[in-house]
Design a protein around this ligand. Structure first.
Ligand code: FES
Length: 680
C-alpha cells in the first residue's frame, strides 16, 4: 500500500454531519448503516425499491475540508439505469445500495430517503413528528427448500428476516401461513412482508405478504373516540402524511349524552353495555369506510389503528362493562396500554390482520385521551406553569411544568359541542361560529362556517346562500354569551335582561325569562336563532365544571395563577381566548399566553401511530402524572358554585380587566320564576 493510494476514504453524510472512513468498494448504504445515518431501504440493498436514493456532491467542500473527485463513487450501473428508465429518478441521484465509495465523498440524504422523515403538522401549532411506525414493508430473499435439510417455508422466511433485517422471533397467524407457499413460489423465493414490530413482550408479527417486491402503500388510522364525536385521521405509514380526516357523531349518545348517564344506562339495563359496544364499533367501521373512500385507498391497506378515548369509551369499545367507573374508587379493568387484533374489536373494515393500539389511561376518570394530550403538548417539559384544557363533553385538564404534572377530568356535558343549546348544532357549514355585539346599539353581527365574511359585509347573503344560516356551534355560543355579558345584556348571575332593561327589542320575553334574538331567518324560510335563558344556564354549568376542575388542580399545586393556558379539543382551536376568559371558562392569564393546540388528543394519537418510541414515552409518562379526583373532592362543589357567575363570583381577572370593562348590571327578576329560583 502506498500513501498515494489509500485503501479507504472519508464519507460525510449531510444533513446529519455523520462521517467515517470506509474501505474502497463499500456501498454507500452500508456506510450509512454503520454510521447510523437514516437512509431508507425496503429491498435490503438489492436495487429494487429505490428508497435508498442519495445525492453525491462533487468539488470543493471547505466546510468539511474535503475535495470530492468525479470518480469518488463507482460508475452509474445497469441496475440504476434500469430503475431510472422504468420508474424515473432525478438527475444527479444515485442508488445508495449500488454506488460504492471510491474516494472521499459528501453524500446528501434527501428527505424522502430518510426512514425517520419529519412530518410537519400544518395547523395552529406546527409540530414535527419523527416517523418510526410500528409497521413497515420488508423485502426478503428466502432460501429454497432442501430435502437434505428439511425446514418449513415459514422457518426459512423467519431466518431470512433475522439475517437480512435483524428481526428475530417473528410470528404469523394461520391466514398468513396459508398464503405463504404460493407467494414464495410465485415470487421465486422473494417476498415482501408487512411486519409489525410488536410492543413490549409482543413478538414481531407478519401482517401481510406479497410475492416478489411490493411497493404498495400501507396506512394507519389515528382515532379520537370522544363521548359526542368520533374523529379519525387516515395516515400514510411511509411518510406520515394525513390523506383524509373525518368524523361522525358517537351513536352512543342515544343511551345518554354524557359518560355517567351511559354508565347509569348500563346499570339499569341488562345488556346495555353490549349494545353500546356494538354501536360504537359499527360507527368506527362506517367512519373507516368513508375516510378510506375520501382518501382514495383500499381499507384493506390499513394495518394499524391507534385509539385514544376516555375510560368509559375505552371500556365500552373493548366490550368491558363500565359500571366500576361509575362509583368510587373508579377502578379501571386495566389502565395499561393495549395492543390488540382489530378483529377482536370487530373492526372488520380494515385489514383482517391489523393491530390496534390503545394508549394507557391515567386513572379511573382520566383516560387515554388525556394521555394523548400529554404526549402532544408535553406539559412535563414546560419551563413555566401551563394549564392545558381539552374541551369536550368530558374535559381533560393537565396542569404542570418540568417538576410536576397533575391531571383531572371534569364533567362539562355536551353544551360546548353545541348540544343542549336551543339552536345548537355541530360545527358544519352554516353554523354561526363568531359573534360580535355592538356595545351601543346591541346589534349583533356574526360569521358562519364556510364563509370569511361577517353578516354585515356586502356579499354575505350570496356567500351563505348554499349553506344557509342553520344554527350555532360551540365556539359561536361561547362568543355569543361572552358578548352578551360585555354588551350588558346579561348580568353576572347569568340572567338575560328584558327589552326595557337592556334597551334592545332583541331581548324578547319567552315565558318568564328572556332570550336574545341573534338572527331571524324566517322570512327566507330559515330558523330564528335565539340565545335563551336555558342556553345560558347550560353554558354556565359547563364552564363552571371546567373552571372548578382547573382550580382544584391549582389548589393541589399550591398556586393561584397560571403562566399560560392551552385550549385543546376538536374545537379548541376555534375558541377565542378573550371570550373564554370573559365567560370565566379558564383562569385569568395574559391573553397572549392563551393559545390553541387544536385537537391535541387526535395529534397525540397520530404521534403514537407514526412513532412507536412515542408509545414507550407516554407509557412511562403516565406513571409520573398525578391524578386529582374531582368527583370525591369536597372543594369541587365550592369552586363550581363560585364559578357559576360570569366571569366569577370571587376570583379576580386582572389580565382581563386591563382590556375589558364588564358592565355592572343586575336585572330585576322579582316575580319571575327565575327570580324565585335565584332567591332560593
Ligand atoms: S436499498 Fe432498495 S434500491 Fe437500494
Amino acid at each position: 500500500m502506498s500513501y498515494d493510494t489509500p485503501d479507504d476514504a472519508l464519507v460525510i453524510f449531510t444533513p446529519s454531519g455523520k462521517r467515517g472512513r470506509f474501505a474502497l468498494g463499500t456501498p454507500v448504504l452500508t456506510a450509512a448503516r454503520q454510521l447510523g445515518v437514516d437512509l431508507d431501504s425496503v429491498c435490503g440493498g438489492r436495487g429494487i425499491c429505490s428508497k435508498c436514493q442519495i445525492s453525491p456532491g462533487y468539488g470543493e467542500f471547505p466546510k468539511h475540508g474535503v475535495t470530492v473527485a468525479e470518480d469518488a463513487l463507482t460508475e452509474w450501473n445497469a441496475v440504476e439505469e434500469r430503475y431510472k428508465s422504468k420508474r424515473g429518478m432525478l438527475d444527479g441521484r444515485r442508488l445508495g445500495c449500488q454506488a460504492q465509495v471510491m474516494g472521499d465523498v459528501v453524500i446528501d440524504v434527501p428527505p424522502e430517503s430518510q426512514v425517520h422523515k419529519q412530518v410537519i403538522r400544518k395547523s395552529a401549532t406546527e409540530r414535527v413528528i419523527a416517523m418510526d411506525p410500528a409497521t413497515r414493508l420488508l423485502y426478503v430473499e428466502v432460501a429454497e427448500p432442501d430435502m437434505h435439510e428439511p425446514t418449513g417455508d415459514f422457518e426459512r422466511l423467519a431466518r431470512a428476516l433475522r439475517e437480512q433485517w435483524q428481526v428475530a422471533d417473528v410470528t404469523a397467524d394461520l391466514a398468513i401461513l396459508r398464503r405463504l407457499q404460493p407467494a414464495l413460489r410465485k415470487g421465486q423465493w422473494k417476498v415482501t412482508v408487512a411486519l409489525h414490530k410488536g410492543n413490549h413482550d409482543a413478538l414481531p408479527r407478519i401482517l401481510d405478504l406479497w410475492p416478489g417486491f411490493h411497493d404498495g402503500a400501507i396506512h394507519g388510522l389515528a382515532i379520537d373516540l370522544g363521548s359526542t364525536t368520533i374523529a379519525a385521521h387516515l395516515c400514510d405509514l411511509r411518510d406520515g402524511r394525513v390523506l383524509a380526516s373525518g368524523g361522525v357523531m358517537n351513536p352512543q349518545i342515544r343511551f345518554g349524552e354524557d359518560l355517567m348517564s351511559r354508565v347509569s344506562y348500563v346499570m339499569m339495563n341488562a345488556g346495555g353495555d353490549v349494545e353500546m359496544t356494538r354501536v360504537v364499533r359499527e360507527a368506527l367501521n362506517a367512519l373507516t369506510q368513508s375516510i378510506a373512500a375520501e382518501g382514495g385507498i383500499d381499507p384493506a391497506s390499513i394495518y394499524e389503528a391507534v385509539v385514544v378515548c376516555n375510560p368509559v369509551m375505552h371500556h365500552l369499545l373493548l366490550g368491558i362493562d363500565p359500571v366500576e367507573l361509575g362509583q368510587a374508587p373508579f377502578a379501571l379493568a386495566t389502565s395499561g396500554s393495549l395492543s390488540l387484533d382489530a378483529r377482536d374489536l370487530d373492526l372488520g373494515a380494515i385489514n383482517r390482520a391489523a393491530r390496534v393500539y390503545l394508549l394507557p389511561c391515567i386513572a379511573g376518570h382520566v383516560g387515554a385521551d388525556a394521555a394523548a394530550v400529554a404526549l402532544s403538548e408535553e406539559p412535563g417539559k414546560s419551563e413555566d406553569m401551563v394549564l392545558i384544557v381539552d374541551v369536550g363533553t368530558n374535559a381533560e385538564l393537565l396542569l404542570g411544568n418540568k417538576t410536576r404534572v397533575l391531571a383531572c377530568s371534569s364533567p362539562t356535558g355536551p353544551a360546548f359541542e353545541g348540544a343542549q343549546i336551543s339552536s345548537g348544532q355541530r360545527a358544519a357549514p352554516g353554523a354561526i361560529e363568531r359573534v360580535e355585539i355592538d356595545l351601543v346599539t346591541k346589534e349583533p353581527r356574526f360569521r358562519v362556517i364556510g364563509s370569511d365574511l361577517w353578516s354585515d359585509d356586502p356579499g354575505f347573503a350570496a356567500a351563505t346562500a348554499t349553506s344557509g344560516i342553520t344554527g350555532i356551534c360551540g365556539s359561536g355560543i361561547i362568543e355569543a354569551v361572552a358578548e352578551m355579558r360585555m354588551a350588558g345584556l346579561l348580568d353576572p348571575g347569568g340572567l338575560i335582561g328584558g327589552p326595557d332593561q337592556t334597551g334592545t327589542a332583541r331581548c324578547v320575553a319567552e315565558g318568564r325569562t328572556h332570550s336574545y334574538l341573534l338572527h331571524d331567518g324566517t322570512s327566507d324560510g330559515g330558523p330564528r336563532i335565539m340565545v335563551t335563558q336555558g342556553d345560558i344556564r347550560a353554558i354556565q354549568l359547563a364552564k363552571s365544571a371546567l373552571y372548578a376542575g382547573a382550580r382544584l388542580l391549582m389548589d393541589e399545586m399550591g398556586i393561584d395563577h397560571v403562566d399560560r393556558v392551552t385550549l385543546a379539543g376538536a374545537f379548541g382551536a376555534h375558541i377565542s381566548p378573550k371570550h373564554a376568559m370573559v365567560l370565566g371558562m379558564i383562569p385569568d392569564a395574559p391573553l397572549d399566553k392563551v393559545t390553541s393546540a387544536g385537537n391535541a388528543a387526535g395529534t397525540g394519537a397520530r404521534i403514537a401511530l407514526c412513532n412507536v418510541a412515542a408509545r414507550d414515552q407516554i407509557e412511562a409518562t403516565v406513571h409520573q402524572i398525578h391524578k386529582v379526583e374531582t368527583a370525591i373532592e369536597p372543594r369541587f362543589q365550592e369552586h363550581f358554585v363560585n364559578a357559576n357567575a360570569i366571569p366569577h363570583a370571587v376570583d379576580a381577572f386582572p389580565s382581563l380587566s386591563a382590556i375589558v370593562t364588564l358592565p355592572d348590571v343586575s336585572f330585576n327578576t322579582a316575580g319571575t320564576r327565575e327570580g324565585r329560583r335565584r332567591r332560593g
